[in-house]
Write a protein that binds this ligand. Structure first.
Ligand SMILES: NC(=O)c1ccc[n+]([C@@H]2O[C@H](COP(=O)([O-])OP(=O)(O)OC[C@H]3O[C@@H](n4cnc5c(N)ncnc54)[C@H](OP(=O)(O)O)[C@@H]3O)[C@@H](O)[C@H]2O)c1
Length: 326
């Protein structure tokens, strides 16, 4: 089990969870079930990952076998970009809950601060980057003029209705986080962003700490997740697993380079959700807090690897140039 953090609404969340993006449908239910057996309690899912039915099956099996109760788990989902209009927010969470087989999620994020044109579920679900057949044929994404505050108000209503316990924001830059704090009736508990030694975002981390927003790191292994997607940028970047500094520190502690990368985050109070579809990696990732403690000098050395290199950038989505990051 990992350590637990208390969020700004009093809810307890494990510092280490399992990321569910790209876990193949065929192995997902087993992976979630096995992860629960090994001690995972936090599962980071999303509409967009297309595997919530299987995540739900894994959870159900563990609950049926009395390995855990629902209350022991911290289940996360995310509102997709095509459901930003207030009347579509409830439609999205209703489908998430149906697929997961649950009556609430612990945390529901706005996945990206970008509103795509709505796609009826009967046409395509999850819609991904599809925003209608015509747009698809032209290779573009259509957007809708939905201010984020309107989407956020609808998220607050979901808390009022008991469908979600807390609100998260994801892929928000500092300005958007600050703006959100100006209008939030119910404060966001977490900010989920890409975070690894090549992209440390010191000011954003400090700002969130100052305002009691828990940062959750995604893609903790940097380029690795995007090599699988054939990203040229990721392919040409030195893998963090192979970086001389990370290798040297791993050797000094007798641990794997992946554990150094994860511990570097948790030691700074940042939650992690490493994804793996391989059973053998589940334990390695869950136990990082016990595996090692980095020295102040080592933390500094890893922080110095920052080159503001981002792999998940909506600027690149089908060449649409959404400028949410600098
Ligand atoms: N909010 C967002 O926009 C957003 C974006 C991206 C990701 N996320 C969330 O964050 C989670 C994690 O990010 P991610 O999936 O991009 O990447 P990640 O956790 O950095 O994992 C990347 C790859 O590393 C491999 N791996 C895992 N553990 C390993 C280990 N101990 N040693 C060596 N390789 C290992 C995995 O491959 P194998 O499966 O082969 O083990 C995985 O495909 C996602 O699953 C998702 O829940 C959110």
């Amino acid at each position: 089990m990992s350590s637990i953090v208390t969020l700004n609404n009093g809810l307890k969340m494990p510092l280490v969870g399992l990321g569910c993006w790209k876990i193949p449908n065929a192995v997902c239910a087993d992976q979630v079930y096995n992860a629960i057996k090994l001690g995972y309690r936090l599962f980071d899912g999303a509409t967009d990952y297309g595997n919530e039915v299987e995540v739900g099956q894994g959870i159900k099996r563990a609950i049926d076998e009395k390995i855990v109760t629902r209350a022991d788990l911290f289940i996360v989902s995310k509102l997709w970009n095509s459901f930003h209009r207030p009347d579509h927010v409830k439609e999205n969470i209703t489908r998430n809950l149906k697929d997961l087989g649950l009556d609430y999620v612990d945390l529901y994020y706005i996945h990206f601060p970008i509103a795509f044109k709505h796609v009826p579920m009967t046409e395509k679900y999850p819609p991904g980057f599809y925003s209608g057949a015509e747009a698809q044929a032209k290779g573009v994404i259509l957007t809708e003029k939905v201010p984020l505050i309107d989407t956020y108000r609808a998220m607050e209503s979901l808390v009022d209705e008991g469908l979600i316990k807390s609100i998260g924001i994801s892929n928000y830059n500092g300005g958007l986080v600050q703006d959100c704090l100006n209008y939030a009736r119910i404060k966001p508990v977490c900010l989920q962003v890409e975070h690894h030694p090549y992209l440390t975002q010191r000011n954003l981390m400090d700002y969130c700490k100052l305002h009691q927003i828990q940062v959750v790191a995604y893609s903790s292994f940097g380029p690795q997740s995007y090599v699988e997607l054939q990203s040229e940028l990721a392919i040409e970047t030195v893998p963090l697993f192979e970086h001389a500094t990370i290798k040297k520190i791993a050797a000094a502690h007798g641990v794997s380079t992946s554990q150094v990368l994860l511990r570097w985050a948790t030691q700074q109070g940042i939650a992690i959700i490493p994804k793996s579809s391989k059973q053998e990696r589940l334990v390695e990732n869950l136990t990082v807090e016990k595996a090692l403690t980095l020295t102040a000098e080592e933390l500094k050395e890893i922080n110095a690897l920052n080159i503001n290199l981002r792999f998940n950038n909506p600027w690149d989505w089908m060449g649409m140039k959404f400028p949410i990051f600098a």
